[in-house]
Each structure stands twice: as C-alpha cells, then as structure tokens.
Design a protein around this ligand. Structure first.
Ligand code: ADP
Ligand code: MG
Length: 482
C-alpha cells in the first residue's frame, strides 16, 4: 500500500509476531490443566505459582506441537534448542521471569503463501518460531481499588511465530493471519481463537520511500482481532507519515491499540525498554530432538491448505480463487468434497460457495452447524442432474431445506414439485397458452421473435414452474412454426 503524503508517496512495511497458544491438555512445564474459562486459580500447580524449589519438566507433547507447526510452515527444525529466562517483574509473573527461547529457538526460517482476494498469491518469510510459557492474567475490573491475579494461564505453552518484514499493506497482514490461522487449525496445534486470546498479535510498522531502506518501526502490542490489526496498521502508518513529513522522527517504541478510540498510543519508548537479562535456564537442559522422531511427525502431517488447494484445482478443475475459498477452513473443504463426490464439481462448488455460504452468512452460522448437511445438499443436486426438478425450483427447495431440515426428496414429493416431462401435458399447456393469445401468436409469426420468451413464461406459469424447460422450448418452437 502506498500512502500519499504531502511530500510524495510512502510505502508501509509490516512484520507480525503472533503468540499462538498450543493445543495441549497440560502446561509447558507442569501437569496443570489448560481448559479455557475455568474458575480463577483452579488450574495452578506449584510450578506455575513459582513455589520455591519447584522444578519445570518439559511437556513432550508441546514440543511435538511446535515441531508439527514448524513443519507445517515449511521451516527449518532445529534439533538443538535452548530455553532462556527472560527476567522482568510483574504481578502476574510469580517467578519474576518467563521461560522462553532466545538465540536458539526450536524452529528457524520458513514461509507462508498468502492467498489474496484477487486470486493471486505471495510468499512471506517466517523468521522463527519459539516455545515459551504464558504469564498469568491481571484482572483490573473485579474490584474498585484492587487488581486480582488469575494464574490459570501461568505456564500455558505458547508458540511465538515471527514474520519477516515482508508485508506491505493491511490487507496482506490480514491474509497472513488468516492463512497462519488456517494452517494452525489444520495441524491442530492452536485453535486460532482470537476472541479467547489463543492467538494474539504484535504489529510492527514502519514507513519508507519506495525503494529505500527500512524506516524505524514501532511495535503495537497484543492486538486481538484481524480487523484491529488492519486498523492499527492503517492508523500507525498514517501517524508515522505525519511525524516524518512534519520534520520529526519516528521513535522506536512499544505502543498500545486503544479499542475504544481506534488509535495507537505510546506505552514505553526504547529508553524505558526492559533489559530482560536473558540467560539459559539452569533448571532445564537444552532440548535435543531425535531426527527420526521429527521424521515421524513429518509423515503424520495432514494435507495442508496449499496442497489441498492445488489438488482441488487439479482434481475438480476449480479456479484458484474458488479452491482458495473452499480450503480456507478444513470443515468447508470436507463439506465440499462430500458434495462433489460423484457429482459435477463445478455445480457443487457453486452451490456450496454461493447458496450455502450465503445462507450461513445470513443465519450467522458456521459450516459445522449448517442446517443442511453435505449429504442433503448432494441429494438436491442429484435431483437437478437427473431432471427431477429444474434449477429454478431447486432454489425454492433449498430454502425449504434450510428452514425445515427435510431432505430435498421429501420436499419435492410433499409439494409435488417434480418436473413435468410428460410431453402430452406440456403440449396441453402450450395449446392453452397459444389459444388464449392469438394476437401475440400472429405477431410472433410476423417476425417478432422476442415474443418467444413471453410464451415460455406463460407456459411455466401454467405449470407452476414445473415444466421441463428444454421440452417447453422444443415443443413451443415446433407449434409456433406452424
Ligand atoms: P523484538 O523482540 O524487538 O520485538 P523480534 O525480532 O521479536 O524483535 O521481532 C521483530 C519484528 O519486527 C519482526 O516481525 C520483524 O519482521 C519486524 N520488523 C523488523 N524491522 C521492521 C521494520 N523496519 N518495519 C516493520 N517491521 C519490522
Ligand atoms: Mg517482539
């Protein structure tokens, strides 16, 4: 995206740091549970509360999840990595340090392919992925003068996924987050639920003249929806352009996203920045992975969005855009494949992406609780394919299916919507229409071809839309001729 300033164009440069909560029943260094929404301080072990003398024990499953994610991001898996202590004081961090990975993370460089709305793709670099523990939560709104602390989140495993400063617009940042979330969900390593905080994003933004070196960045912390990420980038980029064009300099600092005023605000400048005094955690050995174990995980990876998209294009002859929309969520991809099996794949795609998605949107429902199952939608398409009903009637039947949950077959039988393919009945209806409109017949025969559509419409009206359109056209053509 280019911003037009008073002194010329500016390019926006964006890099994202995503904190993704690992799907795991237990925490990174303790056996305490991780269920979201539990009563405060009911899922806290002595390790999570940092009782003196307690020792962390690495949760192998969380390591496996991080490796699986790294493989899904086509990234380098580091067989040797180190846990460090990141020291800072805060009420919700009882140990006074966070266990994280610093100079030797478990996953190195990788990449993510973005699917842009116009159907094009773009590759963005991943710098690294490291494992770390989450802190507890300070609750400022429970008491007029006190802050409460909930340690349920203390010690929950996070993956911090850092992108290269490769993104150039709010839309690209959104596409990046959508794709990353899709990959994590396909892998089952993070539920990607931004409202519950299981995916949070730090947004780094700078501006520069096109073609010049990078400018100074600011980092806006903990933005918790894709829309807010886009808004924060937009605001921050324009603010920086104003600062620079006003003769000032952008200060490297940490900022906050204000969700009521929709602005970013300074939180702390570089001078006030923490000195975390990182050093290797003496309670934990370096993490050494067995290459065979990593290979086993690689072999067990599911088909991921990019591969599924390529297969849909090849197998079902879908456009890259359609395939991209269908694979964005695994549930939609599975739904589509059930509908398409043994049927016309393009027709299946039209019904799923057009009628079904449109209806779900209106109902505010996800594909997981669609009132029409994939099997039921397939049944409806079959009735069109075998000429039991016309495409027009099918739309009505579909609306009925949404409302009643009944099968297409049942609705067609109940309402007598079966298409009339009996030539005798169609001829009867046509004769009646022609007899009722002798003047129009004469005009048509005198060369007013356009009237053909009028006759078709009348015949359809006579038959309540049930006449087979191809037959109507054929018989009508014959009768009008002579
Ligand atoms: P820090 O710990 O200071 O946040 P990280 O290395 O964890 O540093 O993350 C830096 C993030 O900032 C990365 O996502 C990177 O792509 C991004 N970044 C670096 N330089 C720039 C820049 N000039 N403009 C925008 N983003 C940048
Ligand atoms: Mg950072």
């Amino acid at each position: 995206m280019l911003i037009q300033g008073d002194t010329g164009d500016w390019e926006v440069v964006i890099g994202l740091e995503v904190h993704a909560q690992v799907v795991s029943n237990a925490k990174l260094f303790s056996g305490a549970a991780t269920v979201f929404g539990a009563e405060p301080n009911t899922q806290v072990s002595h390790v999570d509360a940092a009782m003196p003398g307690m020792l962390p024990v690495i949760n192998e499953y969380c390591v496996e999840q991080a490796v699986r994610t790294g493989l899904g991001l086509k990234a380098q898996i580091n067989l040797f990595s180190v846990f460090d202590r990141k020291n800072y004081f805060y009420a919700d961090l009882p140990s006074g340090y966070q266990i994280s990975q610093y100079s030797q993370p478990i996953v190195g460089t990788g990449s993510i392919v973005l699917d842009m709305p116009d159907g094009s793709t773009r590759t963005v670099g991943i710098t690294r992925l490291h494992l770390e523990m989450d802190a507890g939560k300070s609750l400022h709104d429970q008491h007029p003068s006190k802050t409460y602390v909930d340690l349920n989140r203390s010690g929950v495993a996070l993956m911090e996924i850092v992108s290269e400063p490769d993104l150039r617009s709010p839309e690209e940042a959104a596409a990046y987050l959508r794709k990353l979330r899709a990959i994590l969900r396909y892998l089952g390593t993070c539920d990607g639920n931004m409202e519950e905080g299981s995916m949070r994003c730090d947004v780094n933004v700078s501006v520069r003249r096109p073609g010049e070196g990078f400018g100074t960045r600011t980092e806006t912390k903990n933005v918790n929806s894709i829309r807010y990420v886009q808004m924060a980038i937009e605001f921050e980029a324009r603010r920086q352009v104003e600062v620079v064009e006003g003769g000032g300099q952008v200060v490297q600092e940490t900022r906050l996203w204000d969700t009521t005023k929709f602005v970013t605000r300074s939180m702390r400048s570089k001078e006030e920045a923490h000195d975390y005094r990182y050093f290797p955690d003496p309670d934990l050995l370096p993490l050494e992975l067995d290459p065979d174990w990593v290979e086993d995980i690689r072999r067990s990876l599911p088909e991921l969005p990019d591969e599924k998209k390529a297969r849909f294009i090849e197998q079902y002859r879908l456009s890259p855009y359609d395939a991209g929309v269908l694979v964005a969520e695994k549930a939609s991809a599975d739904y589509y494949e059930t509908v398409a099996r043994g049927r016309d794949p393009k027709m299946a795609a039209n019904w799923v992406m057009g009628d079904l998605f449109g209806a779900l949107n209106k109902l505010g429902r996800g594909i997981d609780d669609s009132p029409v199952s994939a099997g039921a939608l397939g049944g409806l398409i079959d009735l069109i394919a075998n000429d039991t009903i016309s495409g027009r009637i099918a739309k009505e039947v579909f609306a009925d299916m949404l409302e009643t949950g009944k099968s297409a077959d049942a609705i067609v039988e109940e309402k007598g919507l079966r298409q009339v393919t009996d030539t005798g009945a169609i001829e009867g209806a046509i004769d009646a229409v022609l007899a009722a409109n002798p003047d129009k017949v004469a005009e048509y025969r005198a060369g007013k071809d356009k009237l053909f559509g009028f006759f078709v419409g009348q015949v359809m009206k006579q038959t309540q839309g049930k006449a087979n359109p191809a037959l109507v056209n054929e018989v009508l053509g014959r009768k009008l001729k002579g």
